[in-house]
Design a protein around this ligand. Structure first.
Ligand code: 26W
Length: 809
């Protein structure tokens, strides 16, 4: 880890791996040499960790997730190795521009949003807490699309993240498993004379492992992220080639590889997409087969499988694991039903990440019959056993049976993946206190009444390494100085030591300098990307997250239009200068979400070029909001918009990242906002809007957005201005689908919370006028965010759900 060794290794890697010497090296070569130099320093610890876990048969957490939104590796690994400074000095000695090298890294966008990023933060914390763990997922060749904004509209560009290779992964061609689809099942007489059933599949492909080391912060532990790539079991059919059928020769290869080709870009399910089900079964089958191989390799007999492994289902996307483990234990490893079922339901635990009914995955039984006939038989057998238990427990309650069944009857019978996950798990949790309550009282109420002991809450967290130390080194340095050490990076509750400085003018000044510098950096980057100039002195009011109606980006736009109209009506009115910054991708098929992006850009176009506004308010849509660009944005925000309709955002994690970087939050009592407000103090949080109970009551009583529209003249004026075409070059029809939907349906009650939101925003402006008081609140916010470290969340999973102990390497 010495500077001399780093520099030598860098030059060697540039020469021996990139085959370049300095003068002719491209920026990409310079980055690859750096990546290999750092990666090599992970490998030593990786091998030692694997040995340590193997020798003491460590109980291991397996995190099964269809998404891992990792973000760029280099800077994060330098922090976790504790060599960022040495690396910067080495780069300077070698006359390398460190920042340019970091910029060169392509981010592995193997996720959509919250769920995928949470999985990545959890992998960082599992290693940092020295808990042996394996992350299992899919090595998509194309991750989440790159977002371009053309003429105000989102345009998707395919994410060719692998085009220049990936230095952070190690291919494991020998770790390869067959995955089957289709065919039929039949009864046969087993050698031991018993009648058994077996699967005669129609198609077989291979799953090949690609391993990425996940180093913990300040520890020797390196865990494994094992992502599966689909390959044809026979990649070239020579017979077909011989008869000149060139497409036939490669058909199997193309068909197989399609399975891990691309990430589904929706963070809400698309009905019945067969490839999506094939993807889910693909990584589940490879992962379970790999866990069985590891167990047989280290322990031998499978009866202690559930003692060895605690497998977490990251939402329902991997729920097929319940049926697949059962199938493998019975059909392949000759275990009887009782023993196999016992192991299965003690191995898994399930996390729910959304209450949105349309987000609960169900698959047509027909699709199962065609694609996974043996698993359907397993599901029927599980269901029969389960419904017997329900019947004995709740006599004469056929509705309950119908609600709880793994099969939704009706003209198209469907398999309920959430029910399968709950029945096949020993624990179920939500991701914030309010959400976990709503899971128990609404979504999974029946199951909670049957198995209350299964239900837990583990409030989400985020990695302070990536989202403070890597993203905001100036802030990290200031905190370390005040705390007298950097122990806070591993124990975020130590941030409390900042409290006494909240009213210290000198410290406030340094605090403000850190924020202003981050705002300048971001403004400079945004100017390059969009040509929009922001004033770093303005209040940076930021909403960055996936575009979705329940997240209510359009409520934010109505506030902007209200401000605009006020200035137009009273040009001399004194307003606190604001820069409204939006970021976020819309699922390609989600029309209203894409229309909201267009509206934001259309409003920006008019306001930013209106001389009467004189820059008092600016609006900008930052393109391609992803982990890398998020790291630029979180340190630059003054105000964090967390304005979802109460009861809809399971937790949110962006809210934590903004608050940890000194932004104050304007938000509803939804998801983790509730707990952030509890921790930072109600007086340091801008609260507005209906509570989840009030929303449920209003929905039950009947909500009439049209009346709200008619009875609030400012609201009416704002919506009418949109319909006037002033933001769409006179085309009054462009945004009609959105405004009509608002005044006639408004499923997420934007109009109902409009007035309260506006009033709250006036409180924000008033607060921002008193800079030192604002800084006091911002400092207290950061000081009290310790709870929201993903280390605390993982410690709770380890204690409450996995019963796993750390193994320090
Ligand atoms: C099949 C498509 C699909 C893909 C992703 C359906 C649903 C999802 C996820 C469940 C959506 C998601 O990302 N949920 C978010 O999870 C975060 C981590 O727990 C929470 O903080 C967010 O509130 C929640 O919306």
């Amino acid at each position: 880890m010495s500077k001399a060794a780093l520099k030598q290794a860098y030059i060697d890697n540039l020469f021996y791996i990139q085959g370049r010497f300095r003068e002719v090296a491209t920026p990409h070569d310079l980055y690859m040499a750096a990546a290999y130099t750092v990666r090599d320093r992970l490998l030593a610890r990786w091998v030692k960790s694997a040995q340590a876990f193997k020798t003491n048969h460590a109980r291991t957490v397996c995190y099964l997730s269809a998404e891992f939104l990792l973000g760029p590796h280099l800077a994060n690994n330098l922090v976790n190795l504790g060599i960022t400074k040495i690396a910067q000095e080495s780069a300077a000695d070698l006359e390398l521009d460190f920042a340019t090298i970091l910029e060169e890294e392509e981010e592995p966008g193997l996720g959509n949003g919250g769920l995928g990023r949470l999985a990545a933060c959890f992998m960082d914390s599992l290693a940092t807490l020295c808990i042996p763990a394996i992350g299992y997922g899919i090595r998509y060749e194309f991750g989440i699309f790159d977002q371009r904004i053309e003429n105000g509209w989102q345009v998707e560009k395919s994410d060719t993240w692998l085009r220049n290779g990936n230095p952070w992964e190690i291919p494991r061609p020998k770790i390869c498993f067959p995955v089957n689809y289709g065919g039929y099942t039949e009864q046969y007489r087993h050698a031991n004379g018993t009648l058994r059933r077996r699967w005669i599949p129609a198609q077989e492909i291979n799953g090949v492992a690609y391993d990425t080391p996940i180093l913990g912060y300040g520890v020797g532990n390196v865990n494994l992220l094992r992502l599966w790539k689909a390959e044809a079991s026979q990649s070239f059919d020579f017979q077909a080639f011989n008869v000149g059928d060139y497409y036939g020769a490669v058909h199997a290869k193309i068909e197989a590889e399609t399975i891990s080709k691309v990430l589904y870009p929706n963070d809400e399910p698309e009905i019945g997409k067969e490839l999506r089900l094939k993807q889910q079964f693909f990584f589940v089958s490879c992962s379970i087969q790999d866990m069985i191989r590891l167990h047989l390799h280290t322990v031998g007999a499978l009866d202690s499988f559930a003692q060895k492994f605690a497998a977490q289902l990251n939402d329902t996307h991997p729920a097929l694991a319940v049926a697949e483990l059962l199938r493998l234990l019975i059909d392949v490893h000759d275990m009887n039903w009782e023993a196999a079922w016992n192991i299965t339901r003690n191995t898994f635990s399930y996390t729910n990440h959304t209450l949105l009914p349309e987000a609960l995955e169900t698959w047509p039984v027909q699709l199962f019959e065609r694609l996974l006939p043996r698993h359907l038989e397993m599901i029927y057998a599980i269901n029969q056993q389960f419904l017997d238990e329900v019947r004995t427990r709740f006599l004469h309650d056929e509705e309950r049976i119908a609600r709880m069944s793994l099969i939704a009857e009706g003209e198209q019978r469907r398999v309920r993946m959430a029910n399968l996950a709950v029945v096949g798990s020993q624990a179920v949790n939500g991701v914030a206190a309010l959400h976990s309550e709503l899971v128990k009282t609404t979504l999974l109420k029946d199951f909670y009444e049957l198995w209350p002991e299964k239900f837990h809450n583990v409030t989400n967290g985020v990695s302070p390494r990536r989202f403070i130390v890597v993203s905001n080194p100036r802030l990290a340095e200031l905190i370390t100085e005040v705390c007298g050490s950097d122990d806070w990076i591993q124990d975020l509750t130590l941030l409390r030591q900042l409290e006494p400085y909240a009213t210290d003018p000198a410290f406030q000044q340094r605090w403000r300098n850190v924020k202003t510098a981050a705002k300048c950096d971001f403004a400079q980057w945004l100017l390059l990307q969009t040509g929009i100039q922001l004033d770093p002195q303005a209040l940076f009011d930021v909403q960055a997250k996936r575009l979705h109606e329940y997240k209510r980006q359009h409520l934010n736009v109505l506030h902007i239009i209200r401000l605009y109209q006020r200035i137009k009506q009273e040009p001399n009115i004194e307003v606190v200068p604001r820069a409204f910054i939006f970021g976020g991708k819309a699922a390609p098929g989600y029309y209203l979400a894409k229309l909201i992006i267009k509206l934001i850009n259309a409003v920006a176009e008019v306001i930013n070029h209106d001389p009467q506004i004189e820059g008092r308010i600016r609006v900008a849509f930052m393109p391609d909001f992803n982990v890398k660009n998020g790291q630029r944005l979180y340190p630059a925000a003054d105000l964090s918009e967390q304005i979802s309709l109460a009861g809809k955002e399971a937790s949110g994690t962006g809210n934590m990242k903004f608050s940890m970087n000194g932004a104050l939050t304007i938000g509803t009592l939804d998801g983790a906002n509730v707990e952030i407000r509890e921790e930072v103090g109600a007086e340091n949080f801008f609260l507005f809007g209906m509570t989840a109970d009030e929303v449920q009551r209003k929905q039950a009583a009947g909500y009439h957005p049209w009346e709200v529209y008619q009875n609030d003249p400012e609201l009416k004026a704002d919506i009418d201005l949109i319909n006037s075409g002033v933001f769409s070059h006179g085309d009054s029809a462009l945004f009609r689908p959105l405004t009509d939907h608002l005044v006639n349906h408004d499923p997420f009650m934007v109009l109902a919370d409009y007035r309260a939101y506006l009033t709250c925003q006036e409180r924000v402006s008033a607060a921002y006028r008193d800079a030192s008081n604002w800084d006091r609140m911002a400092i207290l916010n950061v000081a009290r965010m310790g709870k929201f470290s993903s280390d605390r969340a993982i410690a709770e999973y380890a204690q409450q759900i996995w019963q796993v102990a750390p193994v320090a390497v």
